[in-house]
Write a protein that binds this ligand. Structure first.
Ligand code: ADP
Ligand code: ZN
Ligand code: MG
Length: 478
């Protein structure tokens, strides 16, 4: 029988904190600005410049640590990690090695076999590096220092995960916590959440961990899942051939679905860490921790309970809606305005989720305003527009955030309540379709559907279907 293998995975996750300014200077952290416009002597490593710690970074890191059940290190400090690379103008990164801000926590994830704790070894604060842009056409490399000095928290897990599904559940959990706390938007595509995957395999039943490799900078859940499957296979094949796995850093190429070695541990750099001399240790007293705890916003479990009680919506609805903070916020704002929780929930779980899926959008990209959804719900409710029209109008709200009242007015989409107009349209359809009328009179129910469909079309979907049904039956004398 073929040997069975178990996959062992530990993650190093970087989360960019949503502070307005960088960790050690006053430059903006805004993403997507023109290159090198958010820079100063500090974040470009000019000699003689000195870092000043952004207090908000410490508070966000504490909030994350506490939400992930960590112990806060009450005297913590920064260390210098020395290495030379063009995206790192100081030739060192200010990070934390000896006394990271938070340690020994866990988050709980849902797995196929129930709940599971993934332990967190530590969280530390550090600064991000700049970004190299390689221009292959010109055969040049350019560097953008806008990202240099953007605050990061690195979250190091214990090797507690056993599959790609568990890894993704863990990342989703971290993302949810960070988004609920408002400390990061965690956009994988923009790099505000990045994961390095450490993976080894061992024979099922074995106590000892195998040699691991590390795959860096995976920027989508799909790439992560592919990389894990590919690397697991590669390592198993090596072991089956009687070879050894080399501890090394590998880069996963999601296009080629293959990973290749970047550097091995033997020539791994000695970073010559030493205490950062330009920053004093951070002393965190009990009051400060208590203050951060007290500020902690409602997280998902409490929100779930409140939705069921306060809004009386089913557990299933509450779970889907609270999966993302952004969606939950939209839902609450809509309910606040229209006072119809179940209807708001139906719109979100129906058309909002459908359109998001069709367009491949993340919740953070939603840009319609709750005012417009609330108005639409009201309009459909009092019958100003039909259900079919409401769904069409919602597509416009979803993409362009139109005001439904204006849109309906301008496009003449109001429900036709006028009996005369309905009669006129139905009479014309019946006159144009003598065969269908005869079939229906002869007992064919199907023919009614055809007449109904044509009448609704003639009325541009704006009439109440019940009124149209009634009219057809009345005219045909049934
Ligand atoms: P280093 O000091 O070399 O960075 P760490 O002990 O800090 O190594 O571990 C880095 C990451 O690798 C952690 O997330 C940890 O869970 C994971 N890890 C450690 N050993 C293994 C292993 N044998 N298999 C898979 N992951 C591992
Ligand atoms: Zn700066
Ligand atoms: Mg490490």
């Amino acid at each position: 029988m073929a040997k069975q293998y178990e996959t062992v995975i530990g993650l190093e996750v970087h989360i960019e904190l949503a502070t307005k300014t960088k960790i050690f200077c006053g430059c903006s952290t805004e993403f997507g600005s023109a290159p090198n416009t958010h820079t100063c002597p500090v974040c470009t490593g000019m000699p003689g410049s000195l870092p000043v710690l952004n207090k908000q970074v410490v508070e966000y890191a504490m909030a994350l640590g506490l939400a992930a059940n960590c112990k806060i290190t009450q005297v913590c400090k920064f260390d210098r990690k020395n290495y030379f690379y063009p995206d790192n103008p100081q030739n060192y990164q200010i990070s934390q090695l000896y006394l990271p801000i938070a340690r020994d926590g866990y988050v709980e994830i849902d797995t196929q076999t129930g709940k599971k704790k993934v332990r967190i070894h530590e969280m530390h604060m550090e600064e991000d590096a700049g970004k190299l842009v390689h221009d292959e056409w010109d055969d040049t490399s350019l560097v953008d220092y806008n990202r240099s000095g953007v605050p990061l928290v690195e979250i190091v897990s214990e090797p507690d995960m056993r599959s790609a599904d568990e890894v993704i559940a863990y990342l989703e959990k971290l993302r949810m916590i960070a988004q609920y706390l408002g400390v990061s938007d965690c956009k994988l595509q923009e790099g505000s959440m990045r994961a390095d995957v450490n993976l080894s395999v061992r024979e099922a039943g074995s106590e000892k961990f195998g040699t691991r490799t590390e795959m860096k900078n995976l920027n989508s859940f799909k790439a992560i899942a592919h990389a894990i499957e590919g690397e697991r296979q590669r390592q198993i094949e090596l072991l089956e051939e009687g070879k050894e796995v080399i501890q090394e850093t590998r880069r996963w190429d999601d296009n080629k679905e293959h990973s290749y070695a970047m550097r091995s541990k033997e020539d791994a750099q000695d970073y010559r860490y030493f205490p950062e001399p330009d920053l004093v240790p951070i002393v965190i007293n009990d009051e400060w921790i208590a203050k951060i705890k007290a500020q902690q916003p409602e997280l998902r479990p409490e929100k779930l309970e409140r939705y069921k009680k306060e809004f009386d919506i089913p557990e299933y609805d509450a779970e889907l809606i609270t999966e993302s903070k952004k969606v939950a916020d939209l839902f609450e704002a809509t309910v606040e305005l229209c006072g119809k929780p179940k209807k708001a929930a139906n719109w979100i779980m129906g058309d909002v989720f459908r359109l998001m899926k069709e367009k491949g959008m993340e919740p953070e990209e939603l840009k319609f305003s709750p005012e417009h959804l609330a108005k639409l719900i009201d309009m459909a409710d009092v019958g100003t527009i039909s259900a079919a029209v409401a769904r069409k109008v919602f597509e416009q709200i979803f993409t362009d955030d139109v005001d439904p009242e204006k849109y309906v007015e301008e496009n003449g989409l109001k429900t036709v309540n006028d009996e005369g107009a309905i009669r006129e349209a139905v009479e014309k359809v019946l006159a144009d379709n003598p065969q269908a009328v005869a079939d229906y009179k002869g007992g064919k129910q199907k023919a009614f559907g055809a007449l109904m469909g044509q009448s609704m079309r003639a009325l541009k979907g704006k009439a109440d279907p019940a009124a149209v049904t009634k009219m057809i039956k009345e005219i045909l004398g049934k």
